[in-house]
Design a protein around this ligand. Structure first.
Ligand code: ADP
Ligand code: ASP
Ligand code: MG
Length: 544
């Protein structure tokens, strides 16, 4: 059986560097499975750490942003060996998907307009960045070929009036396939030798288009084989984020926002010392700054808390980002491309000992709640097992579940994009059991959101749940469902989508997570001012 994100670990007795120690501390604190640490060390220059730097869409949005990225890479290259992972320029993937959808609907003009805009935008970035005529010609031609490839794929969808998941992936991958060669060329021209590498040569995945999973052992083999020689030559490989390919070489994507995942997959495959996600905020904040304006920087946080925040909606990290590095104890950082002097957030196995209080909040604003119930289900065997199996079969991630076992009533929450297919699959699965009932006993509420409170010991800490309920009650926010205790570090609440901002603000205030609140009224998570508390219950999230 091949490993996915659970790579086979080789025990070659690597030097005990800081990362080996992280892995040890992770194992000791129960975050790592036994035996998962001492990996094959691939360091080319043992005196220089290997870092993966990932730049998101806003970091490469135009020529001036890319120029910043070049300076960050230059500074990092003085002390590290590097592999760069890059996203599409911001908004480009959305436009490509729009073009794909228009193609299926036969809207030729809309498709042409999108490609014309994309040509113009990439052309402008290239002109602003590359001076040498020969480089411009080379990159310009490469871009034209990619645009023609995209147009041909759209043409195919128009002819067939069908957009297959495979074609959709091929079209949506173009953004990264355009930005990576451009960045590599700019680095090269600026004197930092660089080469663009398409991740289709490195990341081997299954064939689940739109959300493929890597085969880690094959990915490791290919990444080492392809990237090690480049690093040995002193070059900086620039790898396309977001994409991979099946063993037969068919392009796949890892899911929206998947370049973060690409970075940690490569970090794990190459046994890197650190993965740094460069983005447009100072780091991981105590809440989404678009929903809670006084959200405050978290200087250090555990893998598990960060993973929960990512899973429950903190867009700054793709939900699967932590998986590959957790197994190897590789630290992750989130830093701001537009304020590189700031240290950002460090994500480590054990995080910051903060006494177990609330660290941060997250929200999934586009959730949908499916309820299964009614008299017809009383006495039906294994409703829960069948529900999970059905959701899994349609690759639906169940974000939260709440069950009344006596009645067999269940409600589960999934993301809106997965709601329709999950609902249909469940209605099909239980159609016999509900034959005498109406199908409406499996119902969908597409207007909900999940608010999640994360902290190292949130479920176990006396009073936290009560304080959340009271704080939300004070603002007249109704709770539609609650999941508490299943995870070691979160409490999740389902609320009406219209209430999500109010709920976040109330909880943020209640736990004094805001920058202003913590500076003016330093209060511990128990509600007592720090000066009164017997132990400091929260220090980590105060730091900036
Ligand atoms: P990139 O283009 O670099 O991948 P994203 O847009 O995917 O960036 O993610 C960064 C955005 O995530 C931020 O601009 C911010 O609005 C949002 N975000 C949501 N929750 C959080 C959080 N808890 N901390 C930081 N940013 C968050
Ligand atoms: N460009 C891809 C997206 O927009 C991947 C990423 O940016 O991480 O989803
Ligand atoms: Mg992102």
């Amino acid at each position: 059986m091949r490993s996915k994100v659970n790579p086979e670990i080789k025990h070659n007795g690597p030097p005990r560097n800081h990362r080996t120690l992280y892995a040890e501390s992770a194992r000791n604190s129960g975050f790592l499975p036994n035996g998962a640490s001492d990996r094959e060390v691939v360091r080319i220059n043992p005196n220089k750490p290997l870092r993966i730097l990932k730049f998101g869409g806003t970091s490469v949005a135009d020529a001036s942003c890319m120029q910043r990225v070049v300076e960050i890479i230059r500074a990092a290259s003085r002390e590290s060996q590097l592999v760069v992972v890059v996203s599409a320029m911001s908004g480009v993937t959305n436009k490509l998907i729009e073009a794909a959808v228009h193609s299926e609907a036969g809207n030729r003009e809309a498709v042409a307009r999108i490609f014309s805009d994309l040509r113009q935008r990439h052309g402008a970035a290239m002109t602003g960045l590359i001076e040498s005529d020969s480089q411009r010609n080379r990159i310009g031609q490469q871009m034209q070929e990619l645009f023609r490839e995209g147009e041909r794929l759209c043409e195919g969808a128009m002819l067939l009036h069908e957009l297959t998941p495979r074609a959709r992936d091929a079209i949506s991958s173009l953004g990264e396939r355009l930005s990576a060669p451009l960045l590599a060329a700019v680095l090269d021209e600026s004197g930092l030798g660089s080469q663009c590498v398409e991740a289709t040569e490195l990341v081997v995945t299954d064939s689940y288009y739109g959300g493929a999973e890597p085969w880690m052992d094959l990915t490791r083999e290919r990444s080492l084989g392809r990237l090690r020689p480049l690093i040995q030559q002193g070059l900086v490989p620039v790898v396309t984020g977001f994409i991979g390919a099946t063993e037969d070489g068919v392009l796949t994507t890892l899911g929206r926002g998947g370049s973060d995942y690409s970075a940690t997959i490569l970090g794990a495959a190459l046994d890197a010392d650190e993965v740094i996600i460069w983005t447009d905020v100072d780091g991981l904040l105590t809440a989404d700054p678009r929903l809670v304006p006084d959200a405050c920087l978290i200087s250090e946080i555990s893998y598990r808390e960060a993973a929960e925040l990512a899973y429950f909606g903190a867009k700054v990290l793709h939900p699967k980002t932590l998986r590959p590095v957790m197994e190897q104890g590789i630290p992750l950082r989130i830093r701001n491309t537009f304020a590189p002097e700031k240290l950002g957030t460090k994500i480590t196995p054990a995080g910051c000992a903060n006494g177990g209080g609330v660290t941060a909040l997250a929200a999934v604003t586009d959730a949908a709640m499916i309820s299964i119930g009614g008299p017809g289900l009383v006495g039906v065997q294994d409703v829960l097992g069948r529900t999970f199996a059905t959701a899994t079969a349609v690759r639906s991630d169940v974000l939260l579940i709440s069950q009344s076992s006596s009645q067999n009533d269940i409600c589960l929450v999934v993301s809106s994009t997965q709601a329709k297919r999950t609902l249909e699959a469940l209605r099909h699965e239980f159609s016999h059991d509900l034959a005498h009932e109406k199908a409406e006993h499996i119902t969908l509420d597409a207007t909900v959101a999940i608010v999640t409170v994360v902290g190292q010991k949130v479920p176990g800490m006396a009073g936290i749940a009560g304080r959340v309920f009271v704080a939300l009650g004070r603002e007249n926010v109704d709770l539609l469902a609650v999941a508490h205790g299943a995870s070691a570090c979160n409490l999740s609440l389902v609320v009406a989508r219209k209430d999500v901002q109010t709920a976040l603000a109330a909880a943020h205030r209640e736990f004094q997570l805001g920058a202003l609140a913590s500076a003016m009224f330093p209060v511990s998570n128990s509600g007592r001012p720090i000066a009164w508390a017997y132990e400091s219950e929260r220090t980590g999230s105060d730091a900036d």
